[in-house]
Design a binder for this molecule. Sequence first.
Ligand SMILES: *Cc1c(COP(=O)(O)O)cnc(C)c1O
Length: 459
Amino acid sequence: MDDLKTVGEAVFAELLRHVDAARAGAGPVVGRDGIDAVAKELDLQRRIGGGSMDLPGLLSFVRTYCDISADLHHPGYMAHQIAPSDTPGIVADMLQSVTNNIPLIYELAPAASAVDRAVYTWMLDKIGWAGTGAGTLTNGGSLGNLIALVAARSSVVRDAFRDGNPPGLVVLAPPTSHYSLRKAVAVMGLGEQAIRPLPIDEVGRIDVRRVPEVIDEVRRRGERPIALVANACATATGLYDRIGELADVCAARDVWFHVDGAHGACALLSPKLRGLLDGVERADSATWDGHKMLRTSALCTGVLFRDRAALAELFRQDASYLYQEEAAAVDPGQYTFETSKAPLGLKIFLTLAWRGEDGLREYVERQYEKAGVLWELIQERDDFEAPYRPQSNILCFRYLPWQGDLEALRGRLIDAGEFYPSSTKIGDRPYLRAALMSPATDRETLAGLLDAVARVANV
Ligand SMILES: *Cc1c(COP(=O)(O)O)cnc(C)c1O
């Protein structure tokens, strides 16, 4: 620790320079060298195990590392839905790395445990479950979906945690659900084939009218649905399933309803956008990522349950060396898959304390509006097409004259340095995909994006 002051201050100054430059749009959005070239640039072979790194060497490493890394703060960053970390979350990361408390049991991390509880309670409150529900924080939406599905299974097969799966358990989900769902179902021992695909419309939203017949048909075959999972919103398109209507169908047929709100539960913060999640309070569980639209660094996810009992039953553990009866109610570790884990709520707590719920609401509304601006700019041109009006800050689009491989076009665009979109398919058709995460992105950036696509397509 004796070098923390000198090193900490110097490194922080370097990081500040980097963030300022990135926000101003300097440098390419992401490095494009292959992994071996990057290993060389970072001098990994020589440095690993060397112990010879001095402060100038460290600062040069930090600079090179930042330069090669994807710049989430850059206005042209629009690839994955990860937040350009905001100040309070960065402070939380520093606070955590210095204290390094782990909220496994309350006694080990009193402050962290209290903060985590305050944060998932805040999330529960936003959904409308503060009185009845329970929540936990975990490392990412993927793990969050797994935890929710394990709880859903326990609600259908009470002793599944102890005895494993009886035959015939299935999960109902649209083909547009997040890949983590397939992983979760596979690691639960059901096999990914146990996902029964729900019918969707031409842009990938669940066709709610046909859901009752799918549930009935599954049951007629003797299968037992442990959950129906909906997107709020879908990763690829940013479109929301009709949550309220699905909640009604699930309630009428007694099926656990899980809302995957990893990205889009943030709409709950805005009176303007909240309608997208109308009825979410009638779901059974939900996931909500902080590191997407709540502006925190990775990772921080709320897994939220309407009924407190669902979580209490979740991992029925017999770890009496850790959990004492009377303390059990406040020991967070028994409600997560992880054992040791960081106190993830700190990032969200400080963001709320510093920016206010209003600050977050403004961020969400502004980013969602930007996708609308991109959509309008596309309507004004006859060389671009977007297959739907965006409901979030994600929009898929394509450049009509381009007949070649989309990845080749995207590669040219990223090589040019100013923009970094991702790509996806809707049905069989490939699209460029903009997930507008950076506060620095504006109308000019978006107009520039379309110009740049046309330009690199025509060289
Ligand atoms: C991002 C995302 C996930 C996965 O969350 P991670 O935090 O990346 O693990 C799950 N579902 C949806 C709808 C997502 O957008």
